[in-house]
Design a protein around this ligand. Sequence first.
Ligand SMILES: Cc1cc2nc3c(=O)[nH]c(=O)nc-3n(C[C@H](O)[C@H](O)[C@H](O)COP(=O)(O)O)c2cc1C
Length: 203
Amino acid sequence: MKVLIVYYSTYGNVFSMARLVEEGVREVQGAEPVLRRVPELMPQSIVDSNPDMKAGRDAQKDVALVTMDDFKDAGAIAFGTPTRFGNVSAQLKNQIDQLSGLWLQGSFETKPAGVFVSTGSLHGGQETTALTLMAPLLHLGFVLVGVPYSVKELFTTTGGGSPYGPGHIAGPDGKRAVDAEEAAVCRAFGRRLAEVGLKLQNR
Ligand SMILES: Cc1cc2nc3c(=O)[nH]c(=O)nc-3n(C[C@H](O)[C@H](O)[C@H](O)COP(=O)(O)O)c2cc1C
C-alpha cells in the first residue's frame, strides 16, 4: 500500500519532517512511502532573491511534484505545511482545492489522512493550523488520524507535536533543527497512518 506524504516547504523545515514521516511509514511491513511536494506559488524572482528560500528550494529539487494519480493510488495520505499567519500555507491549500474531481468520486472515503506542521514560534499557530487543515480533509471524506498519547514524547516535548499531529518549532530565524522528540512523533505518526491504512484496506 502506498502512503503519500505530500507537503509544502519554503525553507526546508516541513521537508525535514516529511522525511521523518517517510521513515516511520517505511517501518511498517506492506507500506511504501511516496514523498511529493506541491508547486510553489511565489514568483521565482522572490525565491531567487532570498538566500534562505533559494537554499530551501534547491534542497528539494529531487522531490517530484504531486500528481492526481499519486492521490488516487495512495491508501493513506499525510499533509505537511508550514504555518502562515496561524493557518495552512496557500501552496498546500491550492493543491487541496484541486481535489474536487476525486472528492466527487468518493475516492478518499476509505482512506486515513493526517497533518504535520512547522511554525516559527511555540504559540504561533501549531494547533490552529493542524485543526483548520483538518476541516477540508473531513469534507473530502478522509478518516482522520492523529497521534495518541501512547507516543510518550507527546508528554515531554518542549517543541512541537500534539494529538493533532507532528509539529516542529523552527525558531525566529527558521533554522532550529527538528529535535529528537519532534522526530519521534513524526516517525510514530508515519507508522500509525500506514497501519490504519492497511487495516482499512483489509476491512
Ligand atoms: C508569510 C509567513 C507567515 C508566517 N506565519 C507564521 C505564524 O503565524 N506563526 C508562526 O509561528 N510562524 C509563522 N511563520 C514562520 C513559518 O511558519 C516557519 O518558519 C516554518 O517553520 C517554515 O517552514 P518551512 O521551513 O518548511 O518553510 C510564517 C512565515 C511566513 C513566511
